[in-house]
Design a protein. Sequence first.
Length: 279
Amino acid sequence: MRGILGRPVLLAAALLASGGLFAGTAVTAAAQDTPSELAKTTDYQQARWHKLHFKPAIDTATNEQCLACHQEVLTGKVREASPAGLKAANAEAWYQTLDTYTGSQDTFHARHLTSAYAKQVMDLKCVFCHQGADPREKAPGSHATGQEPAAFTLRKTVDPSQTCLKCHGQFPNQNMGLDPWVQVREGLETPETPNGCLTCHAEQFRTVRHQVSYLKADAIETLAKTKADACYGCHGGRAWYRISYPYPRHPWPGMDAAVPDWAKDRPSESEAKYRLPQK
Ligand code: HEC
Ligand code: HEC
Ligand code: HEC
Ligand code: HEC
Ligand code: HEC
């Protein structure tokens, strides 16, 4: 940790050495505090209004900084049985039928940050989803000290259309000229080629993909060779929405120069803040 936070800590030290007015208050170096320093915050109001909950500090916050105060999001467990006595182990949700799903039911945060599958294919940060937590009101732009509009969605903890929808939208079959996946997959998947998506996506279409810091692109492609739902999982198999995310459309080798109508407004690159250097 020291390595990563080395520079900001020095900055704080310089402020203290200069006899800065704020020396000693928790807010001076809020964004730079190490997890162990953060964990010493005992005042509830100071913690709740901590700078790390707001822009700009939240943009650079590390998981370790957030977890210094919020470890319960990862240590909490789901109930083994409902209050009425129904055992979680006896229930199977539709998304649990995907062939990448393993283990017993777990919490939302664990499934995105610490499950074996999450760690294999993604590298999500707290701040990928959490763009701020304003204790006053969950309505952006509603008061002078509030967050910028669009920092998060009205009354929601996160902005679902820039987070969840990316991995939990519908299978965009119209854009592929296909029927719904449940109808076409049988004809494309065999024991030797279990993943039907790769029929078209191994070499033909949209082969430049997932070059973003929160996904593990190579691991996804390797896994897809043996797991039928490796691609479908994030592109329709766990859909919580009736729409699909409008993905960027990266030019790929052999691409037709004519842009289809549905793709006219699409960016040709991932969002800058997550983009990785192209291979
Ligand atoms: C110094 C301790 C501290 C740090 C660091 C901290 N938080 Fe918090 N956070 C709190 C406290 C205290 C609350 C208020 C909890 C309550 O009232 O139940 C809170 C509230 C929240 C809430 C709202 C919870 C709710 O139930 O509405 C979210 C979301 C949140 N924090 C996320 C984060 C994220 C993400 C980070 C890192 C960028 C972070 N926090 C860093 C202490 C901290
Ligand atoms: C995939 C998106 C996502 C990621 C990544 C994520 N969160 Fe959350 N978090 C949410 C959502 C959505 C909620 C609201 C859940 C609800 O309302 O029940 C939430 C709720 C919370 C809360 C409120 C208490 C609770 O359990 O409901 C805290 C605190 C929190 N998150 C902290 C964190 C921290 C710390 C991290 C990183 C270690 C993190 N979150 C990573 C989406 C995310
Ligand atoms: C970067 C991709 C990604 C993003 C963004 C994302 N998810 Fe997920 N989500 C996944 C993956 C992958 C799994 C399956 C994890 C596993 O099998 O362990 C999953 C699982 C789930 C589950 C099932 C949990 C369980 O008990 O098994 C729910 C519910 C869920 N996501 C809701 C959300 C919500 C709500 C958001 C936005 C706040 C969100 N997800 C953002 C990829 C994502
Ligand atoms: C029969 C060939 C074919 C199969 C099978 C196929 N796709 Fe596609 N896919 C396409 C074509 C064609 C496009 C659009 C190419 C373009 O941008 O012009 C596309 C586009 C996409 C896009 C981008 C959509 C958008 O709106 O930008 C995603 C995501 C995608 N496919 C995922 C999948 C997944 C996941 C599977 C398997 C569950 C799959 N595809 C199976 C041909 C196919
Ligand atoms: C963990 C979730 C996850 C998995 C697994 C996954 N994707 Fe994606 N996919 C995404 C996200 C998120 C994006 C948007 C990334 C971005 O903004 O550049 C995306 C983008 C795409 C695109 C758009 C490409 C472009 O032009 O930028 C295609 C096509 C696609 N995925 C197909 C697939 C195929 C095929 C597989 C299996 C080999 C797969 N996905 C597995 C989450 C996933």
